[in-house]
Design a protein around this ligand. Structure first.
Ligand code: NAG
Ligand code: NAG
Ligand code: NAG
Ligand code: NAG
Ligand code: NAG
Ligand code: NAG
Ligand code: NAG
Ligand code: NAG
Ligand code: NAG
Ligand code: NAG
Length: 428
């Protein structure tokens, strides 16, 4: 006997199916949502978010490029460029030097060190640029010219363009530099070298011929006694491009390409000493620094050993076993980061083809060498406070990062002695 279903039952079943369908839908939707939610949460808290280049070249990278967790949350940017401009020519101001750095927020700011040995500035009001690339190298050149104080600051922007900001005490603002007009693209890489240098030592520098006259003819007019700057920046993994500018010129001009270098490392220069020879230092592909020289004294005969107006490698001036992305600099001593990440100062005797390195020291505290972060930027200066002919006090200053959100300052009397370590107080 066939039992016909009770219509009430059918109705109930239908309701149950509908409820079940709704429940399944809700569970599915929730599951999906939760799943999405979970994946999203997982992604943002993932410990590794490295730059593709850094995945296979971690030696050449620093800070947030290696791991997002390494971005600083206070103080200085992890991998901050660091540059100092001395103001020894500036007798009125009681300032010893200005230090430029990248704030943890990414902005480029400056702080000043006074003759009372106190730091001032570093606040938001001392912001110079907000478009800097993460861990950009920073380079500065400062001088007084014709009664005007001038600061130039060079860095790399987020879109890998070379940038210059210029300040004079006439305007008292950080303005666009002349170089910006050229839109020069740098090597698109997490660590690139960059250095601007006061072109102090040039007399008959043949580079002046690269600056055309208004008629477009080659310039025959020596820029002797003029002032200017040299600049080196990374073009690719092994080439530094040099540019030059002379005071009064309304353009920068391309000079030599320096091939076969490790452009992840820094560049250093020395061009303000006595004589007519200029020096540039770079790291080669064998983790070795090279010291190159160029003599611009055109009244000297040009010989094979000592050519005039030509860059040469000094064969006894090399330093091996440096860290592959070492930053370098020279004031009183030549400094570099070694393969073991310690910081060394070298006493270089600058003598063109006879350039040699007499001796060296390591920056230490009582526990031993004070290691820098691998590939930290590094800068230095020296100062002597004089009263007549008497030195009241003098000091070497070396700055680098040991933690990532810090800028550590190391000081020592010029003639020798213990190093004292301090850390700059960087405002939020
Ligand atoms: C900065 O980055 C380095 C890696 O380059 C890392 O070892 C260090 O812990 C980081 N510092 C901070 C404060 O996160
Ligand atoms: C220096 O200043 C003087 C007077 O203002 C001016 O005549 C001269 O052209 C200036 N020189 C340079 C190189 O700017
Ligand atoms: C700029 O600085 C120089 C050198 O200190 C000084 O002689 C000059 O008066 C200053 N100019 C202005 C406009 O403050
Ligand atoms: C540089 O870039 C700016 C903005 O994109 C553009 O206006 C200018 O023409 C460019 N200059 C050169 C020399 O390419
Ligand atoms: C340079 O140093 C890096 C890291 O210390 C090392 O991996 C590399 O093999 C060195 N290169 C040469 C040519 O010695
Ligand atoms: C250039 O060389 C000549 C010849 O050796 C020398 O007399 C002169 O002092 C040098 N010039 C400078 C500025 O050093
Ligand atoms: C420069 O000189 C150093 C030391 O002699 C040498 O190791 C290096 O290979 C030289 N570089 C070039 C490009 O000649
Ligand atoms: C470097 O070495 C030379 C030669 O030994 C010496 O005369 C000079 O004082 C040293 N310089 C420093 C800064 O130690
Ligand atoms: C380098 O040394 C040689 C040999 O001692 C010497 O003849 C030459 O003048 C020196 N050059 C410089 C620039 O000191
Ligand atoms: C400073 O030294 C110079 C040169 O040695 C000397 O002529 C001068 O008298 C000295 N001045 C003082 C105040 O001692």
């Amino acid at each position: 006997m066939e039992q016909s279903e009770d219509p009430r039952n059918r109705g109930r079943r239908k309701r149950w199916i509908t409820i079940l369908a709704i429940l399944i839908f809700i569970v599915l939707a929730l599951g999906l949502g939760l799943g999405l939610g979970l994946t999203l949460t997982k992604k943002s808290s993932s410990p590794k978010a490295t730059d593709p280049f850094c995945q296979s070249n971690s030696d050449l990278c620093i800070g947030g490029y290696l791991d997002e967790a390494y971005y600083s949350k206070k103080g200085a940017f992890n991998g901050s460029g660091i540059a100092v401009a001395g103001e020894s020519w500036n007798k009125d101001q009681r300032r010893i030097f200005t230090l430029f750095f990248q704030h943890w927020s990414g902005d480029l700011r400056y702080m000043q060190y006074t003759t009372d040995r106190k730091w001032i500035g570093g606040d938001k009001a001392q912001t110079i640029a907000s478009d800097a690339k993460n861990a950009t190298p920073i380079s500065t050149v400062a001088y007084a010219l014709n009664g005007t104080m001038v600061f130039h600051l060079f860095y790399v922007s987020r879109d890998n363009l070379l940038r210059q900001r210029t300040w004079t005490n006439d305007t008292n603002i950080w303005d666009e530099g002349l170089l910006n007009k050229l839109n020069l693209s740098t090597y698109d890489n997490p660590s690139v070298g960059l250095q601007a240098c006061w072109k102090g030592n040039f007399y008959g520098d043949s580079d002046y011929t690269k600056f055309p006259t208004p008629s477009g003819q080659e310039n025959q007019q020596h820029f002797s006694e003029r002032k200017g700057m040299d600049l080196w920046y990374a073009l690719d993994g092994s080439t530094f491009q040099q540019y030059s500018w002379y005071e009064g010129q309304d353009q920068w001009k391309a000079m030599d390409k320096w091939l076969g270098k490790n452009t992840h490392a820094g560049v250093a220069c020395y061009s303000w000493g006595e004589g007519t020879t200029t020096y540039a230092m770079m790291v080669n592909q064998a983790n070795e620094t090279e010291i190159w020289w160029k003599d611009t004294n055109t009244t000297m005969p040009s010989t094979d050993e000592h050519p005039i107006n030509s860059w040469r490698n000094s064969s006894n001036g090399a330093i091996d076993n440096v860290y592959p992305t070492t930053s370098m600099g020279y004031t009183t001593y030549f400094y570099a980061q070694m393969a073991d990440k310690s910081m060394k100062g070298f006493n270089v005797t600058y003598q063109a083809e006879n350039t040699t390195i007499a001796d060296s020291f390591t920056i230490t505290d009582p526990a031993g060498p004070v290691y820098g972060l691998a590939g930290t930027h590094l800068t230095m200066t020296a100062y002597a406070e004089m009263e007549g002919n008497t030195t009241l006090w003098d000091s070497l200053y070396v700055f680098y990062q040991t933690k990532g959100d810090d800028i550590a300052a190391f000081t020592r009397p010029i003639k020798g002695g213990e190093w004292t370590e301090g850390s700059l107080q960087i405002p939020q």
